[in-house]
Structure formats: C-alpha cells, structure tokens
Design a protein around this ligand. Structure first.
Ligand code: NAG
Length: 361
C-alpha cells in the first residue's frame, strides 16, 4: 500500500515538472473554455453609461475566472473572484459591463496602484489573441504594410485620474489632434500588431494620420461608495481603503467608426466578433506592470451582435398603443374607400356628358 502511494506521488511530481518544463520551453499552450461566449442582444434604452450596474441586472453575462495572461495557470488565479462580462447594443452603439470583486484600492494619479481594465478585439483576419495580434516583425520593422492582417483594437482604462461615475474617453481636444488619446481620464483607443508594436490610434512608426479618433467612452464605480450626488476630484480617494465590494467598468462605442486605417474593429449586426478582457490589480498594494495582468481567456472569446427582429415582434404584440394605431389605420382605410367610390362616381358622371354630345353629331 505504502509503495503504491509512493509511486503515485512520484508520478504526480514527474507530471508536474513535465508541465513546468513544457511552459519554460516557451511554447504557448492554451485550453480555453469552448462554452465561453458573450451575446450583445438588441436592447435599446436599457442602460445609461454611468458606471452603475443596476440597469444591467436583467442582462445575462458570462462569468470568467481570471488567470495570469502570460502564464494561465489555475494556481495563480486572481484571488478576489471572477469577472462577469455583459454586453448589449442599441442598433447604433455597443455597450459593455465588467464586474469584478476587489477590495477598494485607489491611489490618485498612479494608475498602476489602481485596478485597470482593457478590451481587445480582432481586427485583421490573421490577428491572434496570443501576442496581441502576433505579427512577427520587430518594433523597427513593424508597420501597416509588414503587419497587414495582424491588427488588434484595444481600449485601455486606467482609473488613476478618473473620477468615479464621470465619463472619460473620446473628447474634442484629443480627437482634434487625431489620436486615440484621453488626457483627462486615460481611457484610450489603441491598436497593435504585437506587444512591442502598440500605438494610440492615429500614431504610427511610418507617420501619423490626423483622421483617427478615440471612439470609446466609459465610466467606473465601486460598491463601497456611499454618495450618488456626484463626485469631484477633491473627493479622492472617494472611499476608505480595503473595503469589500465589486468594481464596475462600463463602456460604449459606435458599432461602426470612421476609421480607414484598419485600427478599429467594426461590428456588424447579426455577426460575431472576437475579443478578450484584461484586468490589472495592485495585488498586496504592489503597483502592476503592463504585462502583469489577468485575462478572461487564453484565446479569443466570441462576441455575438444579435439582430433586433425578435425584440421588434415582441414589442408589437397587443399593447394598447399599437391597438389604437391599428384602429386608426382601419378608420383611414374606410375613409379612403369612400373617397375612391366618390371620385369614381364623379368621373363617371363628368365623362357621360361628352358621350351624349357625340350621339347628337
Ligand atoms: C506622431 O505623434 C507623436 C505623438 O503626438 C509625436 O511624438 C511624433 O513625433 C509624431 N510623428 C510624426 C512623424 O509626426
């Protein structure tokens, strides 16, 4: 019996070192959840972009565990909890709600000592989740030609300068410069070909293009906040540190943008896009580094932009205003029939005069 146990232990140890050595060899292995999928249903007029999640409570989301992006091992899962990702669209804009548990931590002016989130979308058909697009070129050789087809679109929100409940992202001043920047709240619109070839929209190694814009908007919130009357910067840090609760990050973007540089993902109603969500947290108070983040998956997650036909037929069935409308339509058609009978009679009457005249000749 003891020998059997020893054998089992030996087997497990050898197995785990095998797995470890496989990782160290630099090969990327990934077992993503095939069930993982986020549906953006057509739900106009349901949510307000304010960082609050109450208006999302009837929207289904998908719950993801958060594993380190560079080494997705379950032992190193984010200890605070899982992340719920919800999405919807109103036919014009797509909305996202990210909810993740975390003790309250905020350090004004220092984004790396605050939680942070990013969304990443496939733009070019060859763009992989792993390596942020996966273009093999170096920072000196990557450009829109050498990495064509490997573009990913990224939205990154660092909340160190963002007042909770306030809107950040695309603003007239940065958009006038033709970049995806946000000098007020650092909710930026970025594109990349790989982690080392990453730029704000409009900025490129081979020359800037002033036609770019920051097309994102968003806000954040935490459960521990007690006031709803509107925070200002002087209220920072907005709540005392260490309180239990959930962070909320809410975003929106038009389904289509005016991008002509292949730097924005374009959403189509009735089709799927591929995306992922990243999360940074200053674990034990230590500031995070760019590559040191959690991810909801180690591969692309499908995002369905659902058409609105089912919602339309639901809305038209038997409510009082549509009954009144059909009664009015019936009245109109009765009036139309009466008018046409009268016109026909009048035409017949007026035509009968020349006929009698011809008879007389
Ligand atoms: C592009 O814009 C960046 C940031 O505004 C600037 O630092 C850089 O010099 C610009 N490049 C060119 C070629 O104009």
């Amino acid at each position: 019996m003891l020998r059997l146990l020893l054998l089992l232990v030996l087997f497990l140890v050898s197995r785990s070192t095998l797995v470890d050595s496989h990782k160290e060899s630099g090969d990327w292995s990934c077992e993503s959840d095939p069930e993982a999928r986020v549906a953006a249903e057509f739900s106009p007029g349901l949510v307000t972009l304010d960082g609050h999640a109450d208006d999302w409570k009837n929207v289904d989301g998908f719950e993801f565990s958060l594993l380190p992006a560079l080494d997705p091992h379950p032992d190193h899962e984010y200890k605070g909890g899982r992340m719920i990702v919800k999405a919807l669209h109103d036919g014009k804009d797509v909305y996202f709600m990210l909810q993740v548990d975390g003790d309250y931590v905020y350090s004004k002016g220092d984004g790396t000592k605050c939680p942070s989130v990013a969304l990443m979308f496939q733009v070019g058909e060859s763009a992989t989740y792993h390596d942020m697009g996966g273009c093999k070129e170096s920072p000196t050789t990557c450009n829109s030609a050498s990495c064509h087809g490997y573009e990913v679109d990224i939205m990154h929100f660092s909340i160190g300068n963002a007042v909770p409940g306030r809107l950040y992202g695309g603003n007239p001043i940065d958009n006038k410069d033709g970049t995806g920047g946000d000098r007020f709240g650092h909710l930026v619109d970025v594109y990349a070909w790989n982690p080392h070839c990453r730029n704000l929209d409009g900025i490129s190694p081979s020359g800037n293009d002033s036609s770019a814009q920051n097309d994102w908007k968003g806000a954040w919130w935490h459960d521990s906040f007690t006031t709803h009357s509107g925070f200002v910067e002087e209220d920072s840090p907005y709540a005392s540190a260490g309180q239990k609760g959930t962070y909320y990050f809410e975003f929106s973007r038009p389904l289509r943008t005016m991008d002509r540089l292949q730097q924005d993902v374009q959403f189509t109603i009735g089709q799927s896009s591929k995306f992922s969500v990243a999360f940074w947290y200053p674990v034990d108070g230590n500031p995070w580094h760019g590559a040191q983040h959690y991810s909801v998956s180690c591969d692309w997650v499908p995002l369905d932009i659902s058409p609105g036909s089912s919602a339309l037929s639901k809305g038209a069935s038997g409510n009082s205003s549509s009954n009144a409308a059909s009664a009015f339509a019936l009245l109109l058609s009765v009036v139309a029939v009466c008018v046409s009978v009268f016109v026909g009679y009048w035409l017949f009457k007026s035509k009968s005069i020349p006929f009698t005249r011809i008879d007389h000749l």
